[in-house]
Write a protein that binds this ligand. Structure first.
Ligand code: MN
Length: 269
C-alpha cells in the first residue's frame, strides 16, 4: 500500500513545514470551568479541582504533583454511549475504540441565527441544506455545530444563560437529533455549549433528545468546544482524546483538529 505510506509521509511533512496545523478546540480545565447545573433532586456535577500533594517541599522535595477531582462531564468532554439509559448496554469510555476517536469532521455554522435567538434549534432542513452546498455528512465522522457560544465560555453566567425558565442555550431539535442518530452516517456531534442538548431540552419530548437518540444509537458527543470559527467547513480530521476510564460514562478530553494551514474558514449564514 505505498500510497497510504505516502499519505502518512505527507502528513508528517505537512506538520513539519507547517502546511498542516493542529487547532486546539479544548477549553482550559480549572476550578473556574463552567459545569452544567442539574435539575433539583439530581446530585450536582463536581467542579474540577486540584489537590496539591507536593510542591518541591517536605512532601516531595524534587516534585510537584496534584490529585485531581472532577465530574466526568466537566469542561470540554466526551459523552460515551452508556452515559444515557438508552445506551446503558453500550460502550463505556474505556471501551470506545481508538479508531473511533480520529475521524473526519464537518462544521455547520448557525452563529448568526443564534445571535438573535439563544434557544435556536438546529433542524433536519438545516442539515439537508448544508449537504446540498457541501456534500454528504462524513461516514464515521463528526458534525461540529458552531453557534458562537464559545465566546461566552469564560463567563459561567452568560455561558449557562439561565432565567426562571431554566438555561437558554442553543441545541438540536428532537426530530433532528433522531434523524442524525438513525438516518445519518456520523459517529458523533460536537457542540460549543455546556452539554450536547439545548438549555431547554429538559422540557422536550423525549427530554434531552441528543442524549436519548445519539447515545442510544451508540454514537458520541463532545462538548464545550472552542475555536470552531477557525476551522474549514469540510476537509479536516478531528482527534478526540478522553481518558480511558474503566466503566466511565465520559471524560474530560483534549480535542484537536488537523487542518491544512492555507484553508480560510468559509462564512455561512
Ligand atoms: Mn456530558
Amino acid at each position: 500500500m505505498p500510497e497510504l505510506v505516502a499519505s502518512i509521509t505527507n502528513l508528517a511533512e505537512g506538520l513539519g513545514n507547517k502546511t498542516i496545523s493542529i487547532v486546539d478546540l479544548t477549553a482550559p480545565l480549572s476550578h473556574e470551568t463552567p459545569v452544567l447545573p442539574l435539575p433539583e433532586g439530581m446530585e450536582p456535577i463536581p467542579h474540577f479541582s486540584l489537590e496539591e500533594l507536593a510542591r518541591y517541599d517536605e512532601r516531595g522535595e524534587t516534585s510537584y504533583q496534584n490529585g485531581i477531582h472532577t465530574g466526568e462531564h466537566v469542561g470540554t468532554h466526551f459523552d460515551a454511549p452508556c452515559h444515557w439509559i438508552t445506551g446503558r448496554d453500550l460502550a463505556d469510555v474505556a471501551r470506545v475504540p481508538v479508531s473511533d476517536l480520529v475521524s473526519p469532521f464537518v462544521v455547520i455554522d448557525k452563529s448568526k441565527r443564534v445571535a438573535d435567538d439563544p434557544d435556536f434549534l438546529l433542524d433536519v432542513s438545516d442539515v439537508q441544506e448544508w449537504q446540498q452546498r457541501h456534500g454528504p455528512l462524513p461516514a464515521g465522522g463528526w458534525l461540529l455545530y458552531r453557534t458562537g457560544w464559545d465566546r461566552r465560555s469564560t463567563d459561567t453566567q452568560r455561558f449557562i444563560n439561565a432565567d426562571d425558565d431554566g438555561p437558554h442555550t442553543p441545541g438540536i431539535s428532537v426530530e433532528c437529533a433522531r434523524w442524525l442518530a438513525e438516518n445519518s452516517p456520523i459517529r458523533g456531534v460536537g457542540v460549543e455549549t455546556v452539554g450536547i442538548d439545548a438549555g431547554q431540552a429538559f422540557a422536550f419530548d423525549p427530554p434531552f433528545p441528543c442524549h436519548h437518540y445519539l447515545l442510544g444509537a451508540g454514537k458520541y458527543g463532545v462538548t464545550q468546544l472552542r475555536n470552531l470559527a477557525s476551522l474549514p467547513l469540510t476537509g479536516g480530521v478531528l482527534v478526540v482524546a478522553p481518558l480511558k476510564i474503566v466503566g466511565g460514562s465520559g471524560s474530560p478530553a483534549r480535542v484537536m483538529a488537523i487542518v491544512t494551514t492555507s484553508t480560510e474558514p468559509e462564512k455561512k449564514d
